[in-house]
Write a protein that binds this ligand. Structure first.
Ligand code: ADP
Ligand code: MG
Length: 682
């Protein structure tokens, strides 16, 4: 059977009662299958004998033989603690074993006796000490000679409990795990059979076998992942010619001073095809400034032309309004009825709007999360578009979506996610990617500036002002919503006023009232203001073409994704733009690496990959979601080559046997159909 299909509850195993079952449940382990796929997070390698002489000055783990030399006692926190003196027979040095609450050890380990020991040792003053140790009469008893698995734990679970439970399954001679990789590929890559790999991963006989087991299971996961991807691609490739742009879409295109980029056209084909086929679930990712908004309007027109309503949701009032204004300018002349709905729209106006939405008198509603309030009802909602999707939770998306039947979803993300990661996180969603920006965009020139040497930066920005170009000066929100950061921007603001006398500017931060913020941005757009000093409120989406300078203070405190987003506020036209990353003090290695990536690259996808490497997936998708990553053994960061191999193999399999009907693919077919990606065609 497949490992994951061991369906008996773990309470059937000896030694697992209600209490530990609850702890296991917290780890997501309820069945034998869950337990056997709860893989060790690390190993305690006791295959090598190490004595005190082998340890570095700060200590470490030893596996050796000691002879007990004396028993002593001392008081700690009002309790008598036994301290056993033990001589390491292999180095001749002395080790002190502190037996907290374990007075019985005095009799169990008399002076003069010798024992095998595994201990994690630290230096206390000039003496070696250990309080976590195992003494035993044989190597076997203390695990010497073995590589012990270390499992993730929760509650009161101990390694011992988990190891025993796993052992109970593995020692059952009726249990055998089916191969999850076809034989020919096992042979080709020198893999283990699945049964052996699972056993070795839990109970490795030596390092080499452990490595091979890990490789086998990582490859297995990636092969399944790539097969799922391959089938999805297949599904798309099979369908008929993509529907053409309708009248409204053509009219919008004709009204633009530029033509759509090839990437925009391609993703629109993908989107239209989905929309016409029924319900769409699509993530549109593209770097900052790649023109996602226009794609969204085109998709909206496609639905509107078919008599549906469209809801467009943005994370902030500012951004929602920018979009509403953009939509009004572009779409109203085509006869599209656009409405703007946020929490600030109240009273009569709100009542009128809600009525119109309900009666079908509005085609496109643009707003914030106010769009999914209870009192908002649509006549015939067909498409929900979500800008800057990472700012919304799943529940919010679904709330909006549930306002209609078979509502399609288009989520837009300006934080590019490496493809592998996106696939795993967004599971069943289709992904459209805009790789290239509109023609004629210049790369943003990025400088890393020590805050002590900021004068040259101010000089070059001054030159930009004289050309009629604008700038942002951003201070991080250091202590979320605290007063400290406000003081920082305020100080910076008066400092800049002196630096650039007579140049109109404004201070904008998250605690200003919404309409005040909007007024400031309007003035900035109209060039009544030449620069803005802000906390990171300008982070998302704001699109102002003549802004060419971005100064980020305390750049060392921002993550790569945020830096890239902020920098994306400039470089939004054919003008040359600059970004200055101002840092304070000495940079840590990681911060330095981040700033250098920013300087070397303008490519959001490359930056995202580096971020993934530096900090893991949590920062992309929220730590909460990253827990659901389906990969248990393979690493999105370290197994890139293995992933490429798995992809190649998956392509070959699908090419040859797209229905996975051949007998050697029977297990693969079972695995893929179990998670619902199997097509019903066979
Ligand atoms: P983002 O993908 O970051 O949301 P936007 O949709 O705000 O980017 O687009 C950035 C700018 O590029 C906008 O001012 C938009 O009008 C412009 N733009 C979009 N598509 C094109 C195109 N095909 N050619 C030239 N400019 C374009
Ligand atoms: Mg945008």
């Amino acid at each position: 059977m497949l490992a994951r299909q061991l369906a008996f509850p773990i309470t059937k195993l000896k030694g697992i009662g209600k209490v530990s079952a609850a702890d296991f449940a917290a780890l997501g382990v309820e069945t034998g299958g869950d337990l056997i796929t709860l893989y060790p997070r690390d190993y305690d390698d006791r295959t090598v004998m190490t004595s005190l002489a082998d340890l570095p000055p700060e200590g470490g783990t030893i596996n050796t033989i000691v002879s007990i030399t004396d028993h002593g006692h001392y008081m700690a926190k009002g309790k008598r603690v036994l301290k056993i003196g033990a001589k390491d027979l292999r180095s001749g040095r002395t080790l002190y074993l502190h037996c907290f609450g374990r007075a019985f050890m005095e009799n169990a380990y008399p002076v003069g006796t010798s024992w095998y020991i595994n201990a994690s040792v630290t230096r206390l003053g000039s003496a070696w000490s250990a309080s976590a140790f195992t003494l035993g009469s044989s190597e076997e008893a203390v695990g010497i000679g073995r590589i012990l698995p270390i499992y993730p734990l929760s509650g009161n679970l101990s390694q011992k409990t988990v190891r025993k439970a796993v052992e109970a399954i593995l020692s059952n001679k009726y249990i055998h795990f089916d191969d999850e990789v076809p034989d020919d590929l096992v042979a080709k890559h020198g893999l283990m059979h699945t049964d052996e790999a699972i056993r070795q991963l839990h109970q490795p006989s030596d390092r080499a076998s452990l490595d091979r087991a890990r490789l086998t299971l990582a490859y297995t996961e990636l092969l399944h992942l790539e097969l799922r991807l391959e089938r999805q691609r297949e599904k798309r490739a099979k369908s008929t010619h993509p529907p053409k742009a309708g009248k409204l879409e053509q009219a919008l295109q004709a009204s633009l001073p530029f033509s759509l980029t090839e990437d925009q056209l391609r993703v629109l084909d993908e989107i239209r095809e989905d929309l016409d086929a029924g319900s769409m679930d699509r993530l549109l990712q593209g770097d900052v400034g790649s023109g996602k908004t226009l794609v969204a309007w085109m998709a909206a027109l496609h639905c509107i032309e078919r008599g549906f309503q469209v809801a467009f949701m943005a994370p902030t009032e500012l951004l929602a309004r920018q979009h509403a204004e953009g939509a009004a300018a572009l779409l109203e002349k085509l006869g599209v009825r656009v409405a703007f709905l946020t929490g600030d729209v109240k009273g009569k106006e709100r009542g009128y709007l809600l009525d119109a939405l309900h009666q079908g008198g509005i085609d496109l509603a643009i707003g914030t999360h106010a769009l999914f309030s209870k009192d908002v009802a649509f006549k015939r909602l067909g498409l929900v578009i979500i800008d800057e999707q990472h700012r919304f939770g799943v529940e919010q998306r679904e709330a909006l979506r549930s306002k209609g039947k078979d509502v399609s979803l288009l989520m837009m993300s300006a934080t590019p996610i490496p493809r592998t990661l996106a696939m795993t996180v967004f599971g069943s969603m289709d992904i459209s990617t805009i790789y290239s920006k509109p023609m004629g965009r210049k790369s943003i020139i990025t400088h890393i500036v020590d805050e002590k040497n900021r004068e040259r930066m101010y000089a070059s920005i001054g030159v930009e002002f004289s050309r009629g170009h604008q700038a942002y000066f951003v201070y991080p929100r250091i202590d979320d919503e605290g007063e400290g950061d406000l003081k920082d921007v305020t100080t910076m603001f008066s400092f800049l006023k002196e630096k650039y006398p007579g140049i109109p500017s404004a201070l904008i931060h998250s605690r200003l009232p919404e309409d005040e913020k909007m007024r400031i941005l309007d003035d900035f757009r109209d060039k009544k203001l030449m620069y803005l000093v802000s906390t990171s409120v300008v982070e998302v989406g704001i699109d102002i073409k003549d802004a060419t300078c971005m100064v980020i203070e305390h750049a060392e405190r921002f993550g790569l994704a945020a830096l890239h987003q902020l920098r994306g506020r400039v470089g939004r036209s054919e003008l040359q733009s600059w970004c200055f990353l101002v840092y304070y003090g000495t940079l840590t290695e990681e911060a330095k690496a981040r700033l250098i990536v920013m300087r070397e690259s303008n490519d959001g996808f490359r930056i995202a990959e580096t971020d993934l490497r530096l900090r893991g997936p949590g920062d992309f998708i929220g730590n909460r979601q990253s827990g659901f990553l389906r990969l248990k053994v393979a690493s999105l960061v370290d197994d890139v080559e293995l992933m490429a191999q798995a992809k190649e193999d998956a392509e070959a399999i699908i090419q040859e046997d797209r229905g996975l009907l051949q007998s050697r693919h029977a297990t693969l077919r079972r695995i893929l159909s179990a998670d619902g990606t199997q097509e019903p065609s066979d």
